[in-house]
Design a protein. Structure first.
Length: 308
């Protein structure tokens, strides 16, 4: 039995294949079949002693069941250690009961996954009141990797205006916006956000004159409805920004929303490969290879020339 292998859900298999090639380990696509009544059949290839399940958990409900069934088959097939590599981790935003009777989904999903796998690896999990991802997954290893090093490397590769201002959409974004700006030697600030519903957002800046005639880079961890990005774009246009580009860690929004971003003044939106999406431009392979290399997978192959 091989010491390590990657098994991927079908969506995301191309990303998993690249990572497996870098690690010099096999990659197998998990087979999924839906019966007419909606039930799911899952089949896996031969397990390795340490098996990585690769699954970006956007639109998560069926995927969670697929992981549960795949884990059962892999354990029965001889896997001694299971690692879930979930570049996007679902159900993290509901970390408290905001209304009476609400479920705290973060706790439920944490306990579920902790009962299935031995380690969880993710990127920029959407944590607010939870300070450490290890609190979510009792009794197992958990790693919440930052995307900013990969984003900074990508920006250095494509080039950027040294006069650009890095902008976050709210106070909660201050840490990662400051991290990216610090890596690149750029100025940064964050907006004051007021949310009135899932799709109703208002933005303002303490010093709008700061943006007059300057290029702006908007940074956000998750974009789903796009309302925050759109409101930010409109506020920056009103403040006289020279140009506005956006980078998103997790692109969950419909592809057709891109035209709405353009109308709001945002000329480009690019995302990491955490979730398969037409805006994908920034590889996370390096950080995943480094994390999985700790599993003792052997020689890591050098990265080829970037095609991003």
């Amino acid at each position: 039995m091989r010491s390590l292998a990657i098994h991927s859900l079908p969506l995301g298999a191309s990303d998993a294949t690249r990572i497996a090639a870098r690690l010099g380990v096999p990659m197998h696509e998990i087979s999924l079949h839906s019966f007419p009544d909606g039930e799911l059949r899952v089949a896996v290839a031969a397990a390795a002693s340490t098996t990585v399940i690769y699954a970006a958990l956007d639109r998560p409900n069926d995927k969670l069941l697929a992981i549960l069934f795949a884990a059962e088959a892999l354990r029965r097939g001889g896997a001694k250690r299971l690692v879930l590599l979930a570049p996007y981790l679902c159900y993290m935003r509901q970390d408290a009961a905001f209304q009476r009777g609400e479920a705290i989904s973060q706790k439920v999903i944490g306990r579920l996954l902790a009962g299935i796998v031995d380690r969880v690896i993710t990127v920029d999990a959407h944590l607010h009141r939870t300070t450490d991802i290890k609190e979510i997954f009792p009794g197992i290893q958990a790693d919440n990797l930052p995307a900013m090093p990969a984003i900074a490397d990508w920006l250095r590769g494509v080039g950027f205006d040294p006069g650009m201002i890095v902008v976050g959409p709210d106070v909660e974004s201050r840490a990662w916006v400051g991290d990216l700006a610090g890596r690149l030697g750029l100025a940064h600030t964050v907006a004051q956000k007021s949310r009135f519903g899932d799709r109703s957002v208002e933005m303002r800046f303490d010093d709008p004159k700061l943006f007059a005639g300057r290029p702006v880079l908007l940074i956000d961890d998750i974009v789903s409805s796009g309302s925050t990005l759109i409101a930010c774009g409109k506020a920056l246009v009103a403040a006289g920004a020279k140009s506005i580009d956006a980078i998103v860690t997790h692109a969950l929004f419909p592809a057709e929303l891109t035209s709405t971003f353009v109308r709001a003044g945002i000329r480009s939106v690019r995302s990491t490969h955490s979730v398969p999406h037409p805006t994908n431009a920034i590889s996370l392979d390096d950080i995943f290879v480094a994390a999985l290399n700790k599993e003792g997978c052997g020689t890591v192959l050098p990265q080829g020339p970037s095609r991003e």
